[in-house]
Design a protein around this ligand. Structure first.
Ligand code: ATP
Ligand code: MG
Length: 387
């Protein structure tokens, strides 16, 4: 082990104890939640954290939750922090189940409506005298699936019954525009406290890479030039995850070569194999149909030798791919819905172009990953239908 001292510190799940260049945002959260942190909650807080891929939204929320729990316990308050990612828990019901699971509450899961189940959840907190901060991450998917219901539930229903404000919520989403789908009153009840995380610039990424490397790598294992190079590569998108992916992989290349240092050459190699917009865990959790559609898109772009395909062309390919995997193709409406979810996740781009009197055409492109790599990632997932 010449390079890493603690590789785990670069894993996606690890929450660092500091987030350089997010100190102000962390303080904003503390201010928004001061009612809870003071130990005598009198109001229920709602915050939206927004910003593009890899700007530290999830990390910020998780770090804040850790700090909030210890702050609250100093004040003698039993505070739970519950985290649900709706890319994985796509329905209101599964979000509720995840929340209850994390509380370790034994509540009936069958035979109750979502609203009843949510009341039970609140009853449980009342009974225990506990408080909860709920973090709902990547809510785009939930919103598309369920519309206003979960938002109504988590904000209004709680409000109506709460004598004591048991829950507060942090919603995380990449793009605020999607909130237009909510009805007016739910939307306005959400749009109070918004924290917008701007893309990181070169200098910020430099500090982030340096800090994370100091946790994960042996001292001096990383050359200064390599840090600059990574920051430079990632600053085009301002995406810290991309920077850390390259950092980790560059370390792996250096180690494989039994080198004592991570050099710019290792960074170049790493950068050639990391694709910023697509994360493997994203692909895994997609519905089977969405995987088929992506696979069809990769094929279509290859065979049409083009930067984009129209949605109707893509639908033809989708049908062919369905045949290949012996699956009944979904209706055009479901196909279109799946496309929009893929766009929300940032995996594909949908562009609608007006073509004068001939109406409008929809073009689909795949900006972040070569088609061949995408097909290679998807193939094993498609052969395993349980996923
Ligand atoms: N300021 C920072 N300092 C150190 N590490 C950071 C910082 N910001 C982000 N990171 C790290 O970068 C990675 C990506 O951050 P995070 O997952 O929070 O991004 P995100 O905004 O939630 O992205 P997505 O929209 O894709 O979910 C994580 O590993 C996180 O720990
Ligand atoms: Mg995130």
């Amino acid at each position: 082990m010449r390079i890493f001292k603690d590789e785990e510190k670069l894993s996606p799940e690890y929450v660092p104890q500091e987030l350089p260049h997010r100190e102000n945002e962390l303080n904003m959260l503390k201010t928004f939640f001061s009612s809870i942190l003071s130990g005598s909650p009198s109001i229920s807080t709602r915050v939206i954290i927004t910003g593009s891929v890899g700007t530290g939204k999830s990390a910020l929320a998780k770090l804040f939750c850790q700090k909030a729990v210890s702050e609250a316990s100093r004040k003698g308050l039993d505070l739970k922090t519950l985290y649900v990612n709706s890319r994985i828990s796509k329905t209101t019901f599964s979000v509720l189940r995840k929340l209850i699971e994390q509380l370790r509450a034994r509540l009936p899961e069958r035979g109750l409506s979502n609203e009843e189940l949510f009341h039970r959840f609140l009853d449980y907190l009342d009974y225990k005298g506990s408080y909860a901060i709920i973090v709902l991450d990547e809510v785009e998917v939930l919103l598309r699936e369920e519309g206003s219901e979960p938002f109504y539930l988590f904000t209004r229903v709680g409000e109506e019954r709460m004598k004591i404000p048991r829950i507060s919520i942090i919603f995380i989403l990449r793009n605020l525009e999607i909130l237009d789908m909510l009805d007016q009153s739910t939307r306005s009840s959400l749009l109070g406290n918004i924290i917008y995380l701007k893309e990181y610039d070169f200098n910020q990424l430099y500090d982030i890479v340096k800090y994370r490397a100091s946790l994960a790598f042996r001292p001096d294992a990383l050359e200064e030039d390599s840090i600059s190079m990574i920051a430079d590569l990632a600053s085009e998108r301002g995406d810290a995850r991309y920077a850390l992916d390259i950092l980790w992989r560059a370390g792996k290349y250096a180690e494989a070569e039994s080198s004592n240092k991570v050099t710019p050459e290792h960074v170049r190699k790493a950068a050639a194999s990391v694709y910023p917009t697509i994360r493997r865990e994203h692909l895994e959790y997609l519905e089977y149909d969405s995987k088929l559609i992506l696979f069809a898109l990769a094929k279509a772009l290859e065979l049409e030798k083009s930067a984009y395909v129209t949605s109707s062309k893509l639908n033809e390919y989708y049908r062919m791919v369905c045949e290949e995997f012996e699956i009944e193709p979904k209706s055009y409406t479901s196909f279109w819905g799946a496309l929009q979810r893929l766009d929300d996740l940032g995996i594909i781009r949908i562009k609608v172009i007006s073509e004068g009197s001939r109406g409008r055409k929809t073009y689909i492109s795949l900006p972040g990953i070569p088609t061949a790599i995408l097909r290679k990632e998807l193939e094993p997932l498609l052969h395993n239908r349980q996923l």
